[in-house]
Design a protein. Structure first.
Length: 279
């Protein structure tokens, strides 16, 4: 490409050194995450063991009615973003207490993603198989199918990365505008007391003329409600001005979609698929 040919030999050498260093770092992170997960499984004593298996007792009953077609999800802004009731208040309270309990355990934990510093990868806690994947397969995919949301990407959702992030003054207060490494993202408010920190949306990355920005205020509906959107929606959480806000974010991906269209972040449809299919 033009940029490649515009670089000097020294600049190219420095660039490739940086890329090799980043690749090595990511390989180490995969090994580290596996070792952390194994240690947590051996040593951690859960406060609320029932959280590890999805139950009807965890759900907002409006979600059940919505999947049955009795309630229509509310579309936000200019469209393509949906407000969905997911969990009841008691589940959110228990999950926040569990995370506080884990934080106090002193056990190691990885960063939730490359942007947030404060939070927990739920896979390290062993919650993917019993909690996150059943939520995706039994509720989110049927919801998307019922109302034709995010088709055709949502038809093949088969992998999920879930993490909890914490926004607090003096720690992570906001993020820059970004897209997610997902086909569909579910972002659930777990609560705590806070001020400001709205979630701003700026349209799909591929749109030549994006719609006016839309700002979602988490306090409007309360805990347990989620924003459901395509991963390629440009968005960012605005700065929190006081208190603490905790959110559960689930990146849902489709191997089939990526085989045909490539990774939304880098465009590849080869090495990424090998990694996805061995998870």
């Amino acid at each position: 490409c033009y940029l490649y040919h515009a670089l000097s030999d020294q600049q190219l050498s420095e660039l490739f050194d940086q890329l090799h260093a980043e690749a090595a770092k990511r390989r180490r992170e995969v090994w580290l995450a596996a070792s952390i997960k194994q240690r947590i499984a051996r040593e951690y004593k859960p406060l609320w063991p029932s959280l590890w298996k999805l139950s009807m007792d965890h759900l907002n009953l409006d979600l059940v009615d919505m999947v049955n077609g009795d309630i229509v999800p509310e579309e936000l802004g200019e469209g393509g973003i949906f407000l969905v009731p997911i969990f009841n208040a008691r589940f959110c309270e228990m999950l926040c207490e569990e995370l506080d309990h884990f934080d106090a355990s002193g056990l190691p934990m990885g960063r939730p993603n490359s942007m947030n510093n404060h939070g927990v990868l739920l896979d390290e806690l062993g919650m993917t198989e019993g909690l996150i994947l059943p939520l995706m397969h039994e509720w989110i995919k049927p919801l998307c199918a019922r109302f034709n949301l995010f088709l055709p990407e949502s038809e093949g959702l088969d992998y999920a990365k879930a993490y909890v992030v914490r926004y607090r003054k003096g720690e992570d207060e906001n993020l820059f505008m970004h897209v997610d490494n997902s086909e569909v993202t579910l972002n659930v408010s777990l609560g705590r007391t806070f001020e400001a920190g709205e979630l701003a949306f700026f349209g799909l990355r591929s749109e030549p003329r994006p719609p006016p920005p839309f700002y979602h205020d988490w306090e409007d509906e309360g805990v347990g409600y989620a924003v459901l959107h395509r991963g390629q929606e440009l968005h960012c959480p605005l700065p929190i001005s006081d208190g603490e806000r905790i959110n559960l974010v689930i990146w849902m991906r489709s191997t089939q979609w990526r085989r045909e269209h490539g990774c939304p972040m880098c465009g590849t449809n080869k090495s990424l698929l090998k990694r996805l299919e061995t998870k």
